[in-house]
Write a protein that binds this ligand. Structure first.
Ligand code: 2M8
Length: 456
């Protein structure tokens, strides 16, 4: 089926009881509220996660400005002195592996006093979230104070990424751990992880908590966890010194999604700078350099999709997942290439039971597809949110709306779950999931386009 035919087939939005769904989403956020931040899920993830929090703040922004601002303020309160924004800020309660005693980030001179955190990052969507919160704010005076306060922290975060996560003058950021991608067990990391051959003595002692709390079939394998723990141990052993990690880490990838979000975040940071009367030039330049590098270095002409780059393997990642179309979210490809990417994205859509078109995290005809196992097939709200904006940006309101309606429908019938089965639409993973609720609030708010495409 062609892209145009698919768009034409999508039925118009039929909102049944969106106000009720919004209230349920707010209830989920309330249930996960820790007093200063929102945990992703009551049992599985009892602390604050970086890109979850950004999405949660976007969700709060039209409904509760104060919460939205507090969410981001508390995340950035735990930022490291070198600008690193940690992927977890521990809340002091709840069982999770790896906890602060495993990370031991106090070994780093950059770790913040008074906050216990992990020592890695997650995808950089934060400037986009801050701009969204600022724009949606009803109390303009508070919003201006918030923006002024967050601006230097966002600048430090972007500086960290361009300083520590690029090499040889390149403009694409790299990750050093699968958790930094946000898509933990995606097949995108298989090749790089397979090269890490571990003797039993290399694996630190640890005990998984996740498989006690949720179905092990919906989680990464033990072999993957061994490598996750090994990499953390490696960072710990060099006291989280970025130059040493960059030189020695056996896992280094330039991911498409991470960099696509960075492009949009850079543009949004430029808008924030302009709003505050500062110079937007450096952020615009960074964003455009990363956009150009994505287009020049990661596009796979043969398959018509962007592919991650394996720095240690010195070549493109062999696996292909629909997130390879993420540069569409940031408007990176132009003309014929965009058309081809949109066709490819549309071709990857599947019917999630009776719930409408869905983007699976791995193509259903990929031999590694598994409808239950986490980032190897299930439908994820963040992916839907990204691609509903991608379709909107390129003028396909029908498919943009279809992806939004699917998310609404999945949540209405199965609750706010971590992810959904792409064949049946069944909710899977953690329950009462906060960023699912946050993103659905944004979807219900009807703002389907990236910040720079939106009217003031
Ligand atoms: C998942 O990742 C964590 C590690 O960060 C885990 O599996 O323990 C991912 O889905 C990630 O994207 C998400 O931010 C996190 C919390 O929802 O869970």
């Amino acid at each position: 089926m062609s892209y145009a035919e698919l768009g034409a087939q999508v039925p118009g939005d039929s909102v049944e009881d969106d106000a009720r769904l919004a209230q349920l989403a707010l209830d989920v956020l309330e249930q996960n509220w820790l007093g200063h931040a929102t945990r992703p899920s009551p049992r599985l993830y009892p602390h604050q996660w970086s890109w979850d929090s950004a999405c949660i703040a976007i969700g709060y922004s039209t409904w509760n400005q104060e919460r939205a601002q507090t969410e981001l303020r508390s995340l950035f309160a735990a930022q490291w002195a070198d600008g690193l924004l940690p992927h977890i800020v521990f809340s002091g309660e709840g069982s999770y592996f790896p906890g602060p005693e495993f990370w031991q980030t106090e070994r780093s001179p950059n770790a913040p006093d008074g906050h216990r955190t992990s020592g890695i990052v997650q995808p950089p969507i934060h400037s986009s979230a801050v701009l969204r919160v600022y724009r949606n704010a009803a109390d303009r005076e508070c919003a201006a104070v918030f923006l002024e306060e967050l601006y230097p922290k966002l600048v430090a975060w972007h500086d960290y990424l361009y300083r520590e996560r690029t090499r040889n003058g390149g403009a694409l950021a790299e990750i050093w751990h699968p958790w930094e991608s946000g898509m933990d067990n995606s097949p995108l990391w298989d090749g790089a992880l397979d090269r890490i051959v571990l003797a039993p003595a290399d694996v630190p002692e640890y005990e998984r908590v996740d498989v006690r709390l949720t179905d092990a079939d919906e989680r990464p394998t033990d072999a993957e966890y061994d490598r996750y723990a090994y990499l953390v141990q490696l960072f710990r052993d060099v006291d989280y010194a970025p130059e040493q990690i960059r030189a020695t880490c056996p896992f280094a990838i330039r991911p498409v999604l991470f960099n696509a979000l960075l492009v949009q975040a850079g543009r949004d940071l430029a808008t924030i700078a302009r709003e505050l009367g500062r110079d937007p030039g450096p952020f615009e330049a960074q964003a455009e350099r990363t956009a150009a590098a994505l287009d020049a270095e990661l596009w796979d002409e043969e398959h018509g999709i962007y592919v991650d780059y394996d720095v240690c393997g010195d070549g493109p990642v062999a696996a292909r997942c629909p997130v390879g179309f993420a540069p569409l979210y940031a408007g990176v490809p132009a003309a014929a290439r965009a058309e081809r990417a949109l066709e490819g994205l549309a071709a990857s859509l599947v019917r999630a039971g009776d719930h409408g078109w869905a983007v699976p995290s791995l193509s259903t005809d990929d031999p590694g597809f598994d409808p239950q196992r986490y980032w190897r097939g299930p439908v994820w709200p963040i992916v839907h949110w990204v691609f509903s904006q991608a379709f909107a940006r390129y003028g396909n309101a029908a498919l943009s709306g279809a992806l939004r309606r699917t998310m609404i429908d999945l949540c209405r019938s199965g609750g706010f779950c971590e992810h959904y089965n792409p064949r049946t639409g069944r909710g899977q993973g953690g329950e009462q999931f906060a960023w699912t609720a946050g993103l659905v609030l944004d979807i219900l708010d009807g703002r389907g386009t990236p910040n720079d495409e939106r009217r003031e």
